[in-house]
Write a protein of this length. Structure first.
Lengths: 269, 269, 269, 269
């Protein structure tokens, strides 16, 4: 059998509906197995998961190989981020880990197999792509939010360090505490503690909450507006076969020229 | 009296405004009775509720029978989800329950009678229908949210199981804990506990909160956009009797052809 | 001096800019006095507030009398909800209260004088009016939310009454507890308590949170869409002097008729 | 070298891409230094930060001088709020502070240097400007929110002062407590405490939460709508070169006049 023939046969296999469903089924089984392992399992079930582990690893290796060979242009294969992601997940789970220390790491790596669910379902891929596309727009708002956090964390550390080192010990801890304040999680406990030494420190929390809420709101509204605009453009593109007012304007002008010429041509009565 | 005559009479009864209001009144009384039963009642009032219970059950049976007979095409009756729902509620509350064990169940079933309020008020039915219509669109975002929850819960179980089995004992418990984190409910307590063993575990919570908030936001925006679009289409449908730019374009072209023909017809001066 | 002359003079006083500002100033002073009374005051300051109280009451009575007499048509005066509100606030604070028991009530009534701030500033009146106009639209969503609360509260009372009578003792207490759950306020404490007896009760909280969040979201989106639509209509009204496509269509048709007639009139060459 | 020549040279320096990047780098280093100081530093690192401090102060002074001299019209320099802000930050950090009491203040002032990040990055400046522009629109909603807070705080102080002076001692404390209730932070603890004396006080909290949530929502929707409108106008401005329906109307009318004249000119056959 030539390579060409094999490639064609694998391409047919890859696009086979039953094969696709089987891949999804294996991913679901792999996800269930990961969940099952968090329970105390009887010895029998435990050894079953070991067998399953090997089968899933081998099957994923097989599936990625099929897709790689079926690809006519090998260079394009790794241009797709999803293919790179799938290959990484498969390759990393192939590394043999005997060390009991590393067993935990091996388990964690296998958890990422569940993410293959995203790469195999086209609708989820579209969703993730659109989420990723929205991110850069938000870049500057996130930077602004970070600057606000950083300044407040520095001030918090300078002022409140001696009051509660656990919360305000250094700038990293302070930022974590401020994130907690931003989620309104027991923030009054934090506030009442510092108000005993600095009675005006409620101003610190109040302004922080207003600034971050305002910036966050701005971010949300930014996404809404940009999503709406895209929707608008897509709609506009759909109706682009309709003539514009500009087209009508041209036509009417041509018509006027024609009537004018006709008037010159007609003998004055 | 023929069946035909009875059917007509019942149809008239069903559409009678006073009868409709009486049905609503009985549903409200049934709701109040359900609420009253949660208080300690004197013996007299308690026996009154028993009588009321029988009356309401019989009346609901009567009302659904009237509606069934009044329906000209019996097959269509069960095509409406609301009719099926009403019938179920009535039939289930007819089952005689003597067993004291089951008394609680009988009470719970009767609570669903309050939902008949939704099926009897047209505006609420419209509202529920529009909510149900919005659901499938959200399907993939919910699936994505579930995958995020599942992966984080698996990782959480593997890493934090020994720190607090109550919160991270298995994947189900972990998902419940993560839902709690998503609602910001005492999430820092959960975080501080794991940070004692894994000082970097704040990354776990931070990324989880960002991912779920982002996905949730996306869901909300999705609903807003789809609702807006529907509104837009409804409006467009209302103005569809107005000529489009396309129509005007055609008219102008016809006009140009007419002028052209006229020019050919006119003798050159 | 005739009544007519006095009315005219009072109307001029009422519309006097300085008088308007003085009224606002008195309202602000009255608000500050209310705030000051919540502090421990020295005897001197306390007797000052008593004098102020009398002055403010008398001035408000004077001001409402001026506005009433200045009104040409007395019947129209009480057609405005704001006038009725102002009169009520003034009249109630006139009732002499000697009883120390009622002193608290007298104080509370005076607090509502601050609301006169809303009735005196036109922009705030517009804001409140637009808020009130948005309410009826939300009526059915609020009713739906109430039905969800009622059903869950009834079920909660039946199931969890013996676990914690303070939280689930009767349907009113249960609704209060559910409102707490809806605001995510220590809701896991409530949940963990009931999960000890009914391990599946997390389903109760989960579904409740999903339903109420979904309904609430729907309400918010409803307001957004209706506000947008109004904005849209207002804009459309502003551009209504521009010709519509329909107008253009008519004009072109007339033009065609004219050209057609011209063609018939022109001798065939 | 003449002043003119120096000015030109400095203008070239100011607009030099490398110089701009160096300024950003110094700001970042200054931010990192501020963060580093919140940690316990070894003596060596500590003396390094002192040197850095001097260098950054001198460099910022140099940079602001360059920008001032490079400005052709000196009066315009302080018309930009950003220039005023930068100058203030630099000048204040120049004040020599020996007193150990004031050392904390000196540190706090230096924190504001991080805000220069905002003034140096054009995109962040645009963002802040647009945020500031949105503020006045919200003025009246904020005023309404404040009035609601003030009235509830006064009532809260009058009623609940003796129950918990820490929370309701005076109107300022009450407003802080109400802000806490608005963020849903352990608000049920506050409520359960007052419900022991006033069993109906849940009405106080319930109405407060509804009013503030409603007003806040209104504010958010206000921003969304105004942002959308601006977007709309910007788009409309972009398409303003396209002829309007009004233009087309005029053209068609002219055309009709021409055809009419032509008809009069043509001899009746």
């Amino acid at each position: 059998m030539t390579y060409q023939a094999m490639q064609e046969r694998l391409l047919r296999l890859k696009n086979n509906r039953a094969f696709e469903l089987f891949v999804v089924a294996v991913i679901i089984v792999s996800a269930l197995e990961i969940g099952a392992k968090t329970y105390e399992l009887p010895t029998f079930a435990y050894s079953l998961t070991s067998v399953l582990d090997v089968f899933i690893t081998v099957f994923f290796l097989f599936e990625i190989t099929v897709r790689f060979i079926a690809e006519p242009n090998k260079k394009d294969f790794f241009k797709s981020g999803w293919n790179v992601f799938d290959t990484l997940v498969v390759v990393v789970s192939l590394i043999p880990i005997q060390d009991s220390e590393m067993a935990l790491l091996a388990r964690l790596v296998r958890v990422f197999r569940v993410l293959r669910m995203v790469s195999i379902i086209p609708e989820l891929r579209v969703l993730i792509n659109s989420l990723l596309k929205a991110l850069p727009q938000l870049g500057y708002v996130v930077l602004l939010l970070f600057i606000i956090f950083y300044i407040y964390a520095a001030v918090g550390s300078y002022l409140f360090k001696d009051i509660n080192p656990f919360l305000w010990g250094n700038i990293a801890r302070s930022m974590l505490t401020l994130f907690r304040v931003m989620t309104f999680e027991d923030w009054t406990d934090v506030q009442y503690e510092t108000m005993e030494i600095y009675p005006m420190s409620w101003l610190y929390y109040m302004t922080f909450i207003f600034l971050t809420t305002f910036a966050f709101l701005n971010m949300v509204i930014g996404i809404v507006v940009s999503v709406m605009e895209e929707e608008h453009k897509r709609e506009a593109a759909l109706t682009s076969t309709e003539p514009t007012l500009d087209d009508l304007h041209c036509e009417i002008k041509e018509l006027k020229a024609m009537v004018k010429q006709l008037a010159e041509q007609t003998p004055k009565s």
